[in-house]
Design a binder for this molecule. Structure first.
Ligand SMILES: Nc1ncnc2c1ncn2[C@@H]1O[C@H](COP(=O)(O)OP(=O)(O)OP(=O)(O)O)[C@@H](O)[C@H]1O
Ligand SMILES: Cc1ncc(COP(=O)(O)O)c(N)n1
Length: 268
């Protein structure tokens, strides 16, 4: 079977739990060929982010050109993009090379509470980058910033996701990981994706992994509903099989094997 190629455009997490590192682990776990364009280097572990070096926008452009000019890209995932110059370069590149699927996780704040986006870049994120995506996957705090209102229940999520899709002119998957009760994500078509909530502190990288798994499944030819359902099941299993590393919020776990009956067996 022809191997599918998936590109992540995101920040590096030295602790290996989120960002580029999580994305590449997901791409490999799902049998796709992963590539990366790094937008920022974060000094980060399970406790938080201690330093950020943004990559020069021209170097981001060179990475994009290097990948797109040589290798077919079947889907793109965009994660942490912290400033306007880098957003502009990515938007130009998407416009020029027209990859078939673009899944954007509008990363603003790490689970540890550290900011990953410059505040004066939110307008550019809203007007330039988000409308270029096939699908955007905000969590509740990100959707609140984008809409300028509070979202405190599943009922309010249903209304918010439609408003956001109208404003951004794209499909939106609003993630409910930050509410209590079952973990319910809602697509702007109205379709809902639910899983039981796992009571664990080890959820570092769930958002990054969900968006990269959706991108990988789209590259593999799944329709959007199926790509989201499969990505959500992947993240659910990866949370279930997380094990503690470090002293804070451990990352989710990406390793499974196939048994002789063709079933996935997660490594724990
Ligand atoms: N404790 C949990 N149990 C089950 N599913 C969860 C849990 N926490 C998050 N999820 C699911 O994980 C995915 C990511 O959701 P979340 O709302 O945490 O995104 P996020 O805040 O962007 O993640 P991140 O903090 O990694 O950026 C969603 O599908 C969500 O429903
Ligand atoms: C480089 C990078 N990108 C994204 C996240 C968000 O992930 P989380 O909310 O799980 O900390 C992160 N912490 N670091």
């Amino acid at each position: 079977m022809e191997r599918k190629h998936v590109l992540t455009i995101a920040g590096s997490d030295s602790g290996g739990g989120a960002g580029i590192q999580a994305d590449l682990k997901v791409f490999s776990a799902l049998g796709t060929y992963g590539m990366s364009v790094i937008t920022a280097v974060t000094a980060q572990n399970t406790l938080g982010v201690t330093a950020i070096q943004e990559i020069d926008a021209q170097i981001v452009k060179s990475q994009l050109d290097a990948v797109f000019s040589d290798i077919r890209v079947d889907a793109v995932k965009i994660g942490m993009v912290s400033n306007q110059e880098i957003m502009d370069v990515i938007a130009e590149s998407i416009q020029r090379y027209q990859p078939p699927h673009v899944v954007m996780d509008p990363v603003m704040i790490a689970k540890s509470g550290d900011p990953l986006l410059q505040e004066d870049s939110i307008a550019t994120l809203r007007s330039v980058l988000l409308p270029m995506a096939t699908l955007i996957t905000p969590n509740l705090p990100e959707a609140e910033v984008l809409l300028g209102c509070n979202i405190t229940s599943t009922t309010e999520m249903r209304q918010a996701v439609k408003e956001l899709a109208g404003k951004m002119n794209t499909q939106v998957l609003l993630k409910g990981g930050h509410l209590d009760g079952d973990a319910v994500d809602i697509l702007s078509t109205g379709k809902e994706f639910s899983s039981p909530r796992i009571e664990t502190p080890h959820t570092h990288g769930t958002g990054c992994s969900l968006s990269s798994a959706i991108a990988a499944y789209l590259a593999l030819g799944e329709p959007i509903d199926e790509a989201i359902a499969k990505a959500k099941e992947y993240v659910f299993q990866a949370i279930c099989h997380a094990f503690p590393i470090g002293n804070g919020h451990s990352p989710i776990h990406h390793f499974y094997q196939w048994d002789q009956g063709g079933r996935k067996v997660w490594d724990s």
